[in-house]
Design a binder for this molecule. Structure first.
Ligand SMILES: *[C@@H]1O[C@H](CO)[C@@H](O)[C@H](O)[C@H]1NC(C)=O
Ligand SMILES: *[C@@H]1O[C@H](CO)[C@@H](O)[C@H](O)[C@H]1NC(C)=O
Ligand SMILES: *[C@@H]1O[C@H](CO)[C@@H](O)[C@H](O)[C@H]1NC(C)=O
Ligand SMILES: *[C@@H]1O[C@H](CO)[C@@H](O)[C@H](O)[C@H]1NC(C)=O
Ligand SMILES: *[C@@H]1O[C@H](CO)[C@@H](O)[C@H](O)[C@H]1NC(C)=O
Ligand SMILES: *[C@@H]1O[C@H](CO)[C@@H](O)[C@H](O)[C@H]1NC(C)=O
Length: 474
């Protein structure tokens, strides 16, 4: 019996040490790279790296991420690596870095390459050699429109599905739309991160008008939503963000109903808009709308007619001072985010009609008053976030909501408040333990008065408090 134990523990020891050995072995890198890199499965992540050197003994890594470095690479750097994904971001790479060619050895294996946030003024010629590249990111580089080399784009156009480009935010180098993009004939996703352009020709997307599914145009000087977009027959996601010259006038585009029949998600963040653009009602399948960081202080009650078809709406940081009445016209609204506004009160009627809400976020609003009936009709809610709203008491409105709620599970997040946990909270305990309460719930957030979470206080301490305390009286 004793020998068996020894044998067992020995083999256990061997097993553990062989596992640790394998872990260490799997992070064996050329000596010039160790210390700057960390490995995780088949991924290597490096910072502050000087040099990428060949893997002489072969390598099991598939993805190499190098960031925030002053990096030197040359034609043999990637020999023996066999990578499918390479990210060299913010590495001070210039056109000169690629003078001797690069990426030798990765011609057939590479699927994804990011050269984001470097100092390239042209596309490296070695890109032409990739036979299977699907994703290319050259955003955050000062590449002028005529330096998106036609031959290179034609060469990778056979396989490329996603392309990101653009200058650094505020950069002036890219002042025209690069017409050579028409060679990306299989493109499904196009992301422009920043450009100094004011005009986009109607045929900007020619070449992939029938393949593009996702489009981002951000940080431009465009004065309106380009009509070229209406030619993207299968577009599903449109992100048109941080285009501050747009304004209400710029979204007043003459679109006939039936254009963009597949448009499902749209964001118009930080576009200097003051109301829901009327054009949105043309998009029958529009489901998720994000209009964060606009100036919607005076959003009119009529305007929501334009978006009555959506189920998810985000209006963060939009200067809103009360919950817009217009929201109640959105019949099937499931998700509403009104965080980071200046809402002071939630009145009984503000959300009365919004009975389909599953998620409601009101974080970081200076809420002074919440009606006890504020959430009474939110009987399907699964998540209520009231983080950082400067309250000291758990809102009494939770009582009516929980009592009327359908069977299910609700999470109420009260983090970043200064909640006073004392016997005044006994009502919450009573609601939880009332046999008529059909739903379960969990409170997230800590007490300010004791070193405990509110939930722990509810579970462990409140039972001992005297009964019969109403929330309103406490
Ligand atoms: C790696 O670093 C050593 C010194 O640490 C240096 O002698 C050697 O040349 C470096 N290897 C390469 C390929 O640069
Ligand atoms: C980056 O490295 C090169 C030489 O490899 C050097 O000339 C240059 O000064 C370095 N840049 C910075 C910002 O350290
Ligand atoms: C690449 O750089 C390494 C290290 O500096 C050097 O040993 C090697 O000869 C260079 N290869 C080419 C093709 O320039
Ligand atoms: C935003 O729109 C207002 C008009 O609603 C205009 O006066 C203002 O100049 C615009 N801001 C920018 C940055 O274009
Ligand atoms: C909202 O406020 C939080 C906390 O101040 C901040 O971290 C977050 O970035 C803000 N989000 C927006 C969209 O303004
Ligand atoms: C709850 O919603 C229904 C249907 O919209 C409405 O008739 C009722 O007045 C609402 N209840 C409250 C308390 O506001």
């Amino acid at each position: 019996m004793k020998t068996l134990g020894v044998v067992l523990s020995l083999s256990l020891f061997q097993l553990i040490s062989s596992i640790t050995l394998q872990r260490r072995q799997s992070c064996i890198l050329p000596s010039n790279m160790t210390g700057k890199c960390q490995c995780q499965g088949n991924i290597v992540k490096c910072e502050d790296l000087d040099l990428i050197v060949p893997q002489t003994g072969g390598s099991a890594f598939l993805r190499l991420e190098v960031r925030n470095s002053n990096l030197t690479i040359n034609g043999t750097s990637f020999t023996g690596w066999g990578l499918t994904e390479v990210l060299l971001e913010n590495c001070q790479l210039t056109d000169y870095s690629f003078r001797y060619g690069s990426f030798g050895g990765l011609e057939n294996s590479l699927r994804l390459l990011s050269l984001k946030d470097n100092e390239l003024t042209t596309l490296p010629r070695s890109l032409s050699k990739f036979t299977n590249i699907e994703t290319l990111d050259v955003s955050g580089n000062p590449i002028r429109s005529y330096n998106f080399n036609e031959n290179i784009l034609r060469d990778i156009g056979d396989t490329l599905l996603s392309f990101s480009f653009g200058t650094k935010i505020g950069g002036t180098e890219l002042s025209q739309w690069p017409t050579t993009l028409i060679h990306l004939v299989k493109l499904q996703e196009l992301i422009l991160t920043a450009a100094d352009i004011t005009i986009m020709p109607t045929r900007s997307f020619h070449g992939f008008e029938g393949t593009l599914l996702r489009l981002t145009l951000a940080n431009t000087k465009l004065r309106s939503v380009p009509l070229a977009i209406s030619r993207l027959r299968y577009l599903q996601d449109l992100h048109f963000d941080h285009n501050q010259n747009v304004g209400d006038y710029g979204v007043r585009i003459p679109l006939i109903k039936g254009f963009l029949p597949f448009l499902n998600q749209m964001s118009l963040k930080d576009d200097n808009i003051t109301t829901f653009p009327e054009v949105l009602q043309s998009f029958d399948r529009l489901d998720q709308l994000n209009m964060d960081e606009n100036n919607l202080k005076f959003v009119s009650d009529k305007s929501a007619k334009a978006v009555s078809q959506i189920t998810s709406l985000s209006l963060q940081h939009s200067g809103i001072t009360r919950i817009p009445g217009a929201i109640q016209d959105i019949t099937y609204l499931n998700i509403l985010d009104l965080s980071n506004n200046s809402i002071h009160a939630i009145e009984t009627n503000d959300l009365k009609e919004s009975a389909e809400l599953l998620t409601l976020k009101l974080n970081n609003n200076p809420i002074l008053y919440i009606s006890d009936k504020a959430f009474i009709n939110q009987t399907k809610l699964r998540r209520l976030e009231l983080k950082g709203i400067q309250i000291k008491r758990v809102p009494c409105a939770l009582e009516a909501m929980i009592r009327r709620h359908q069977p299910g599970y609700i999470i109420v997040d009260l983090s970043n408040n200064k909640i006073e946990c004392n016997c005044g909270l006994k009502w919450l305990f009573d609601v939880k333990n009332d046999r008529h309460t059909r739903t379960r719930f969990r409170i997230v957030g800590n007490c300010d008065t004791v070193a405990k979470s509110i939930q722990d206080y509810l579970d462990a301490d409140l039972a001992a408090c005297p009964s019969g305390i109403n929330c309103a009286d406490s």
